[in-house]
Design a binder for this molecule. Sequence first.
Ligand code: G6P
Length: 593
Amino acid sequence: MCGIFAYLGPRNDAGRVVIDGLKRLEYRGYDSWGIALQTGEDRLWLKKEVGKISAVENLELPNAQIAIGHSRWATHGGVTQKNAHPHLNEKGTLAVVHNGIIENFQELRKELKKKHKFRSETDSEIITHLLEDFLEAGKSLEEAARLASFRLQGRFAFVVISNSERKLVAARRGSPLIIGVGEGEYFLASDIPAFLPYTRHVNYLDDDQMVVISMDKLIPDALFLTLEDASPISKRSIEIDWDAKGAEKGDYPHFMLKEIMEQKETICRAANQDDALIHEVVDLIKKSKGTFLLGCGTAGKVALTGSYLFSRIAKEHINAVFGSEFPAQAHFINDKTLIIAISQSGETADTMEALELAQAKGAKIVSIVNVEGSSMDRMSDITINIKAGPEKAVASTKATTAQIAVLTLLAYAMVGRLNEAKQLLVDAASQITEMLNPRYDGYIETLAVKLKDFESMYVIGRGLNYPMALEAAIKLQEVSYIHAEGFAGGELKHGPIALITQGTPLIALVSKDESEPEILSNAIEVKARGGYVVGVSPENNDIFDYWIKVPDVGNAAPILSIIPIQILAYKLAVLRGNDPDMPRNLAKSVTVK
Ligand code: G6P
């Protein structure tokens, strides 16, 4: 999704700082990019391109100490140079970058067209023209930004610079914007990894707030204000515990592989939660009259896994819903309801909207997130940090298993067995350490070579492995672009089996529990129709054409079942020439609905 990066400070190569920052945001997914620099000239310096930022290594940049940049994931208007941000006014004295969607853009565009010439098809260009009108009416840059924000409906984060004022002005409602506070310099970004090489001190802009970062004084400073009436807000920066190295690829060819390998440690870190915090959440679950687990994409599959874990371990009914579907179920939410949001980024728009809706009805909110200080963290009554460290590949891996680990802790803690859960997860992590070796990797690569030219494949699971069959299919779709679907084993005979022909690959996730005989029967039904059966299980079986061994780890099975599929998806992507870190059309942090 779109990324914003801006700089103000004593460095004279602000343009380079911003380009490097945009590169560190590349993982969010984008199709075009641009930067604007304040150079002391009448017109701001502008560069916009379609394609990848990495392709402009030798771009000559003029000296500047104030710069804004943007990587765009097209929503309104095609992928063109004109539609890329920043959007300048006709005189070239104002530049705006924007994330989010302005819902009343058609009406505003109609109004502004009477006076301004639009050069793009975007909703974002509206902000430039609104600002220009307020400036012409004698307002300051920050006042213009504040007044412009009143006209916008929907979610936004925007940053503006002008040719004349030594300032960065930014406003937020609904889309993330984080301020990195360096030594006498400031960074503004959509996500923390973008400025990690410079600082770990951050300030979060909340909804309906703005920041004015200016160089008027000897040392630049940041003034936080409410959008409503420009009253000052005092904010203390916090130090986050991510380091720049954690957000780099290191010796790995791709982030996805690095993050898959890190699961040996991340599962232990996720399991190492403060007991008091876990018990606090358990108390809320017990007191609530109805608990919902909520997430989107992979986090939605984790939510479903959670409902199976709670049923199996704690004998507790908990609903699992996708964020986007929650409004349709929100009719029975009240002040006794508990919502547990699951999100790597803590920013996903559909999940956020669901939480806002539930909170407005009085529900309590718990979030299980990976990003401290994210929007979900800040709006929640209680937050559990999964401590997976920055996850940069679009396809979630280590955050997924860390989220499942936290849900396992909660389910066991419901019945007074928290220590048992911690031990179970530590044991599972040590099994993963043994499993993730070059021989295992090579073995899955051999399977990937066999499967790489298939057009479709299917995954089945039962019980705890059913949500993982769905997640496995997502992983395969996301990075290999092979049509993949996941089913409950028992559902196969009600439709999908019609798709099985000679050689169709079917992956069966099999655990050593009561579902084992039945899932094996489902695999046999597929085999009888010519399917090529890949078994992911602790024990081999005659019906498997290919067997991927996973350790038997009891109720931690979902974690172990998904890891080989993550590796398989990664291998398929590489073999098919796809970029596993930045799959086509997808974005890491989906901040639009
Ligand atoms: C996108 C990502 C997925 C992720 C989903 C939810 O689709 O590509 O990997 O599962 O968003 O994101 P969240 O940050 O809320 O976990």
